[in-house]
Design a protein around this ligand. Structure first.
Ligand code: GLU
Length: 274
């Protein structure tokens, strides 16, 4: 009987131990670490550098315009650059904007001074051989700005006249194709910058100023007008150094997302571009 009692006690003690064990909360399971989004190496390199260096226009209203007083850049292309920085995990103020022209943007990419060009840069097959381009984010067409006093109302009125275009821009070829179609003869004068072409228009050195309409819109004055003709549609893309395919894909993914979630439409609306 005594043996039986001690056996019972043993069983009781054992069950208590087991029950007590069940009662204690198991050690908190290690929370699985949030899977860190691994950036492609070319994008990570920009993040590690701490700044995203972007070539933008300083004189194209609604795309890339620099406030001369504050040095601040504004426009749709500026917002695109900020969106890329945000996606990478860089703060807005870590985007370093560099004013570029049609002539300087390619060389600045080539010599590594900037990571991206978001500057009304038209995607063209021959340019794609030199630089990487994203999918298009905007389409514009080439136009002509003339003085109202010239009485010119259409491209046909430019027969025998001189047209000012920018070096390194697509405008000259585009106008030549249209002039050939219209059966007119035109001459060209090339300039390094748009303000120089505009000054030449003002002074009468050229009879028309030709470039994408978005760019022309920044130069319209009381005395000048953009002709209704528009030709040679231009797709704008975000350019980076040749071979930066991971970076281009990363940007393309962002553009696709911005298209489908409505962010792109909001951005265009914000800058009056839709
Ligand atoms: N979009 C045209 C080009 O890429 C016009 C020039 C410019 O963007 O300044 O050639």
């Amino acid at each position: 009987m005594k043996r039986y009692a001690s056996l019972l006690a043993l069983v009781l003690v054992f069950s208590m131990v087991v029950l007590a064990g069940c009662g204690t909360t198991p050690p908190a399971a290690e929370k699985p670490a949030e899977p860190e989004v691994k950036l492609p190496a070319q994008v990570q390199a920009i993040k590690d550098a701490g700044t995203l260096r972007v070539g933008v226009k300083a004189d194209v209203p609604n795309f890339g315009l620099m406030d001369a007083a504050t040095g601040e850049f504004k426009g749709m292309e500026i917002d695109l650059a900020k969106a890329i920085a945000k996606r990478i995990g860089l703060a807005e103020d870590k985007v370093k904007f560099e004013a570029v022209t049609a002539k300087t943007r390619g060389p600045l990419l080539d010599n590594g001074q900037i990571d991206l060009v978001i500057a009304t840069f038209t995607i063209k097959p021959e340019r794609k051989e030199q630089w990487n381009f994203s999918e298009p984010y905007y389409q514009d067409e080439v136009g002509l700005l003339v003085k109202k006093s010239s009485g010119i109302t259409a491209l046909a009125g430019l027969n025998g006249k001189t047209i000012g275009v920018a070096q390194g821009a697509t405008s000259r070829d585009a106008v030549q194709v249209e002039a050939d179609k219209a059966g007119i003869k035109v001459k060209f004068l090339e300039f390094a910058t748009y303000p120089e072409i505009n000054a030449a228009l003002e002074s009468g050195r050229v009879d028309a100023f030709s470039v994408d309409k978005s760019i022309l819109s920044g130069y319209v004055t009381e005395g000048s007008v953009i002709l209704p003709d528009g030709f040679s549609p231009q797709d704008y893309g975000i350019a980076s150094k040749k071979g930066t395919d991971e970076l281009t894909k990363y940007i393309n993914d962002m553009l696709t997302e911005m298209d489908s979630n409505g962010e792109k439409a909001t951005l265009l609306k914000k800058w009056g571009l839709n």
